[in-house]
Write a protein that binds this ligand. Structure first.
Ligand code: WQD
Length: 341
């Protein structure tokens, strides 16, 4: 008989998913990983078993298949919650492939909500993004900051899934939901055994930096230094992926204490903004390496500056960042040097 501590983790072999699996085990939960490895590698599971000293349950199924997902819920009697990570998340790719993004990201959310209804599972933590804020009027955003019209199909699917979550609660389905709006996840597990695994050329800044220093990429291009910021480069709120993972556990713990249906958004950021050049120079200092970069044109769609007011997550979820920027950039470089070919 399974204890009532099982958590379905869709996309559990992914970047944030895998780090969250570790924190779930540390907190006494039993994660049930669902991943079809289209955006990850099977050997990540071996690394997770190694870090957690467990033989974790993994279902290699597509989250858009209601039949396959229902079977996971039917097979596991102790499921008390779901963390839904599985989604496509490359902004640029979504502009080229809008149908693929809507089909995958929204269908999988529908499938998860249907399964939760069918099997009476009430707690859902949804992987959302600061991208829902678009280009905010004030760079420091809190959860009352207006949701802007999406700048990309990726962002539109995040907004649509948040709205679907709200409507599902309003429909009377017994649901307690946290919508976690990530800022910029960076870094890797301190062990160096798991981390970010971009498929192909990295879209994001830090993996592009680590691959440049490792010699996989010839040079980093800084996308514009003519923004209205101190050094002309964009500002973001870069948060250690393990701190982000911990927030998911804190969200589940909070949901378990709610006596009625809820659907609450939470910003997950450090509350501090850092520019692209600050990231590059900090990376060089903490790792004693040189980053080969050039200044290039702006990247279409880039927000000039945004960082989190994370007071709500701090106060309501009792969640606080433990790692510094230096930790994250050290851990990302350590991971890059350990990645299995
Ligand atoms: C950060 C800064 C770039 C690469 C995206 C998604 C967001 C979330 C996090 C999923 C920007 C600059 C980058 C490079 C550069 N993902 N940059 N050269 O765009 O803030 O957010 O990833 O939830 O939804 O939109 O992150 O790392 O791509 O860019 O100069 O080679 O680094 O211009 O200013 P972004 P990023």
């Amino acid at each position: 008989m399974s204890a009532n501590n099982q958590i379905v983790v869709t996309g559990g072999a992914g970047y944030i998913g895998s780090h969250t699996v570790v924190e779930l085990v540390n907190a006494g939960y039993e994660p049930i990983i669902i991943d079809d490895f289209r955006n990850s590698k099977e050997w990540i599971i071996d690394r997770l078993n190694d870090i957690t000293n467990q033989s974790l349950k993994v279902y290699t199924v597509d989250c858009t298949s209601q039949t396959d997902i229902d079977k996971v819920f039917a097979d596991n009697k102790g499921i008390v919650g779901v963390i839904h990570f599985a989604a496509y998340k490359a902004v640029g790719e979504s502009v080229a492939e809008p149908v693929m993004y809507y089909e995958n990201n929204i269908t999988s959310m529908c499938v998860v909500l249907n399964a939760m209804k069918k099997f009476n599972v009430e707690q859902l933590v949804f992987s959302s993004s600061c991208t829902v804020y678009g280009e905010p009027d004030n760079p420091i955003v809190d959860e009352h900051t207006p949701i802007q019209k999406a700048e990309s199909p990726y962002g539109a699917t995040k907004i649509a899934c948040e709205q679907l979550a709200q409507f599902a609660v309003q429909s009377g389905q017994a649901l307690k939901i946290c919508l976690l709006r990530y800022f910029n996840p960076i870094g890797a597990h301190p062990s160096g055994k798991i981390g970010e695994l971009p498929q192909g050329i990295p879209n994001n800044l830090v993996p592009y930096i680590t691959q440049t220093v490792k010699g996989i990429r010839e040079k980093l291009t800084v996308f514009g230094d003519d923004y209205n910021t101190a050094d002309g480069t964009c500002i973001r709120d870069y948060i250690h992926v393990v701190d982000l993972a911990d927030a998911h556990v804190k969200a589940l713990n909070w949901l378990a204490k709610q006596s009625s249906s809820v659907c609450e958004p939470f910003n997950l950021g450090t509350g501090k903004g850092s520019s692209v050049l600050e990231i590059i120079h900090t990376f060089e200092n903490v790792n004693q390496v040189k980053v080969n970069y050039q200044i290039g044109d702006r990247r279409p769609g880039d927000v000039e500056q945004i960082w989190a007011n994370a007071a709500k997550a701090n106060n309501v979820l009792n969640w606080h960042c433990k790692y510094t920027m230096a930790d994250a950039l050290k851990h990302s470089w350590n991971w890059e040097q350990n990645i299995e070919a």
